[in-house]
Ligand binder design. Sequence first.
Ligand code: C2E
Ligand code: CA
Ligand code: CA
Ligand code: CA
Length: 277
Amino acid sequence: AKTAGKNQFQLFDEETDRMHVRKLELERDLRKALANKELRIYYQPKWDAERNCISGMEALLRWEHPRLGMVSPAEFIPIAEETGLIVSITRWVLIEVCRQNRSWQQRDLVHVCVSVNMSIRVFESSMLCEMVEEALMESGIEPGDLELEITESIAMYDVQDTIRQLQHLKGLGVRVSMDDFGTGYSSLGNLDEIPIDALKIDQMFIRQSAQPSKQAIISTIIAIAAHLKLEVVAEGVETEEQIGFLQSRGCRMMQGYYYGKPMDVDALESWLLSKGG
Ligand code: C2E
Ligand code: CA
Ligand code: CA
Ligand code: CA
């Protein structure tokens, strides 16, 4: 039993080492990923369940690592944040998304607002406004066709500075939504002062929306959005039961695997054509 215990400990130790080595490797390689064109942008549709048409898209990063294969953003975004690389990555995403959106509009494939996820580090860098203006200028899209998804933690890190930056962005005409709503440190206290256009109900609530207590939370978020005249989008919608419940509570904007997974540009264009534009 003693030896088994020791072996187990060694196994655990090796596992920790492997994770550490992987993280160091990812850290080292992420510096070159942009230049090596290993980052890809996938797009997931948002669906208007009332009008039965696409209402927007969210850009989601993917990293095709030459040796390790697909690395999830849940793994490499934190590394990008720690190393500061997130600023140049976000700059690239903004330009790429605006160009892509312009191309879809010019080809009459689709004309919707596309959203980009924002990290707190980008707000701290004070370069966001400049980066957004650059992407709009360079692509020539209307500012209303770009949305930034922020989280409650961004809104909380320095409320006055965040509001100042968001007001500048809203002045440009860009849309802003609050992502993962209900999961962060509650910013309910000043939600009315943060200039946003939409709330996104976190997928954790949708996943458990058969539970009466979660239904109460979802209904409350929808009611808050209505009072503050914000749009509301449900994330992680996978089943017809969830859609039925959400619609019965007045939520019409949906995003999730039920409607479409995040797709690369080719897959997304086929998806759009299959939906009749
Ligand atoms: P998020 O912004 O909350 O994005 C939603 C996540 O849920 C995405 O995971 C998406 O693929 C997944 N998802 C969408 N619909 C469903 C569904 O019906 N069921 C399930 N189970 N999952 C669904 P993904 O693509 O792995 O991204 C993870 C997170 O990485 C994102 O969470 C976001 O916080 C971050 N991220 C992705 N791209 C970027 C980026 O360009 N910049 C920054 N700063 N963060 C990013
Ligand atoms: Ca998001
Ligand atoms: Ca989210
Ligand atoms: Ca999330």
